[in-house]
Design a protein around this ligand. Sequence first.
Ligand code: GLU
Length: 291
Amino acid sequence: MRTRLAALGAAAALLLAACGNAGEENKNPIDNEVDKDAASKFEAGTPMADLAKAGKVKIGVKFDQPGLGFKRAGEDTPSGFDVEIGKILAAKLGISADNVQWVETISDNREPFLQKGTVDFVVASYSITDERREVVGQAGPYYVTGQQILVKKGSDIKSVDDVKGKQVCSVTGSTSLKQIEAKGAKGRGFETYSQCRDQVLDGAVEAMTTDGSILLGYAAENPDELEVVGEPFSEERYGVGYNKDEAELCDFIVDTLTEAEEDGTWAKAFKATLGKSGVKTPTPPEMDPCP
Ligand code: GLU
């Protein structure tokens, strides 16, 4: 764990150094080959057959996380690594990117959106946890990152060891808020990470915390004022969320993403998004077996 976290930290520093404007850098979606015969390949009655037959899918992604899921005002579609993962799944169902309905999810509504069918999949920096797996399905991990701290440049906070008693913001419904409170900080929960980032810029709170992959995008957008400090202090394993009642989706997601890892599509997606900023493409993580 230590070495892995140190490696994540190094990748983080590199991303920060190399990234000018993450939102712009990430506008290079890959073109997935859409499986035109998909509808006939899935057993009738399965959720995959239903989606393939419908020819459209609703995927929940973040809209304000550069590099992962990001949509600028006025743009039609979001971009980022999570978005590319969503497109890989859609293509396997015979659905082109144009027929994906991208639905904005925030951390706190990911479980209800899956339970109510507001979305078919959630691909939104969604850490796999035992607690979440009680209520929704989570297949993966397809990416691993770790929690870090974002501060205004020159802050006294240099790492997680300095947060005791300090106001640190994050997002309600995230693993990050709970984990920083466990480190002794006074957690302040907001709806989105961009709101939390604005609090740091205003000086209303001393630091912000969440996954390194998210914080680096914000730091890269504002390198004169913001920086990521300290090593990662958790392991966040990103999974694809699905409705637990549609258990067949787990094997579909794992098989599709494993194939993408093996044939280079995963690496291509990474390079076109998070990797644009100079981070070396990591070895894809091994996925959990389905329940
Ligand atoms: N990956 C963490 C989580 O799923 C933090 C990032 C987020 O809120 O999306 O809670």
